[in-house]
Design a protein around this ligand. Structure first.
Ligand SMILES: [Zn+2]
Length: 233
């Protein structure tokens, strides 16, 4: 014990803890105001990512309530991407974005850098009914994915890629084939965080990419999963 303590003193601060060598990323999605449930607890980390569907209807009131909760979380870096429920960000973008505290980075077909990690976020998903940020499958979605720069380390989309954690209760894969193709053949991020399909939350590693469906609620919008934590070297 004494030896260890002595060694710690002479080491430069950068080597003192292995924590400096990796970034702890906490992933949440489809929270649908479930923070009202006291059992939802967010672990500490260097970066907190929310992959969309923070609200039910995306009203200004709901966005204000989401912000009050999200902004108060202690993480040094927080990123939010909108989902199909978060209508305000599509219908009233300026008003809605202004409701987010300055500590929250909002990404919509845009990129940011956190501690050297390049992170890109996009809210779009394949058309189903009348929802926010819906686009037809095929070229409208493909064009969005083609905008994602090569070299991005972390990709955040609200919807899943086809075939990965995108299975509905009926067993059908509903993710986007074009997103899957862009990710696996060109973008190759280290981490892809998404949500949208509540019933297929989980993590899956393939071809050196960690995929996380970070949905926290189930089909009845009740808390079903605590946040997913990843340590990126
Ligand atoms: Zn949802």
């Amino acid at each position: 014990m004494r030896l260890l303590r002595g060694a710690e003193k002479v080491l430069p601060s950068a080597f003192r803890t292995p924590h400096h060598m990796k970034m702890r990323i906490v992933c949440i999605s489809d929270t649908h105001l479930v923070h009202r449930d006291g059992e939802f607890s967010i672990p500490d980390g260097d970066l907190l990512i929310h992959a969309g569907d923070a609200t039910y209807h995306g009203t200004q009131e709901e966005i204000r309530e989401f912000n009050a909760w999200f902004a108060a979380l202690p993480h040094a870096n927080k990123i939010f991407v909108a989902g199909n429920h978060d209508w305000g960000f599509q219908l009233h973008p300026e008003q809605s974005r202004a409701k987010l505290a300055p500590s929250i980075i909002y990404l919509q077909d845009s990129e940011t850098t956190v501690d050297g990690l390049r992170i890109y976020g996009s809210p779009w998903q394949p058309q189903f009914g009348l929802w926010a940020f819906n686009l037809e499958r095929g070229s409208p979605l493909r064009e969005r994915w083609q905008q994602i720069p090569t070299g991005v380390d972390v990709l955040i989309t609200h919807g899943p890629p086809f075939g990965i954690l995108d299975r509905t209760l009926s067993g059908r894969h509903v993710g986007c084939r074009d997103l899957h193709a862009e990710i696996t053949t060109r973008i190759k991020p280290r981490l892809h965080v998404f949500g949208h399909i509540h019933e297929d939350a989980g993590r899956h590693e393939q071809d050196g990419i960690m995929f996380i469906n970070a949905c926290n609620v189930d089909l009845t919008y009740r808390l079903a999963h605590q946040p997913f934590v990843v340590d990126l070297p």
